[in-house]
Unconditional design. Structure first.
Length: 243
């Protein structure tokens, strides 16, 4: 579950985030609801988390563009390797990074609550859903007292998905979105800062996150001119599983 909430952590770090958009063109954020008590839902999010103690090893490729465009070189600017250790204790799943508890999830009857043990925040996911349902709608506030509004949708179920040469079956695709802007006057000039975020995560049944693509673009403009801009795309892919 950690790769899904990585977008939430990024958004909370934005100094100027004020709103969020969704993939829907007909509904505003306020009009969208998450049904935590859906009685006839086909899918259970618990099925797409780990079902036993294991360690997932990941490759993390980071691409950057300092001109504020979604255009990147073919080779990443940086590559890292990480490992997430999962431990199941009853209805709780603990996730460890570098030997330290990073976050944990508590499985409830109608919700799955994910707690970020480093940032001390929490996110509620609808446990039961159908394809096309929103499973997350949350308001959080950062240190600058700016509200984060985050939406995540269960986009589709894939019969299979290949990642790093291994084929996974029964894969849930989750998409999260966010955007916002803030304008302030500096020396008589209106300076506008804006952000756009997308996150795409694939969850394989019983193995959790196998692939995620997170992208964020920040721009600062004044007098209709770009002052600075940058985009970052992070691709996190599962390489091996130790059980």
């Amino acid at each position: 579950m950690e790769k899904i909430i990585s977008l939430s952590t990024v958004l909370l770090g934005a100094l100027f985030f004020v709103g969020c958009g969704s993939s829907s063109k007909t509904k505003s954020f306020d009009e969208i609801t998450v049904d935590f008590n859906k009685k006839s839902a086909k899918y259970d999010l618990r099925d797409y988390l780990v079902d036993q103690n294991q360690t997932n090893n990941y490759k993390v490729d980071i691409f950057t563009n300092d001109k504020g465009k979604k255009s990147y070189s073919k080779t990443p600017d940086d590559t890292a390797y990480t490992a997430t250790k999962y431990e199941i204790q009853g209805n709780r799943i603990d996730e460890y990074e570098e030997g330290k508890l990073s976050n944990h999830s508590v499985i409830q009857a109608t919700k799955i609550i994910n707690y970020d043990d480093e940032d001390h925040t929490q996110t509620a996911y609808a446990r039961h859903f159908d394809i096309g349902d929103y499973i997350v709608k949350t308001h959080q506030t950062n240190d600058d007292n700016i509200t984060l509004q985050l939406l995540c949708k269960a986009k589709k179920i894939l019969s299979e998905k290949e990642v790093n040469g291994r084929t996974y079956h029964d894969v849930l695709l989750v998409e999260c979105t966010g955007k916002g802007e803030k304008t302030k006057n500096v020396g008589g000039v209106d300076i506008t800062s804006s952000s756009n975020f997308t996150s795409t995560t694939y969850l394989a049944k019983g193995d959790d996150d196998i692939l995620s693509v997170d992208e964020s673009c920040d721009k600062t403009e004044g007098n209709n001119q770009l002052i600075k801009g940058s985009c970052t795309k992070t691709i996190t892919s599962l390489t091996t599983i130790n059980k």
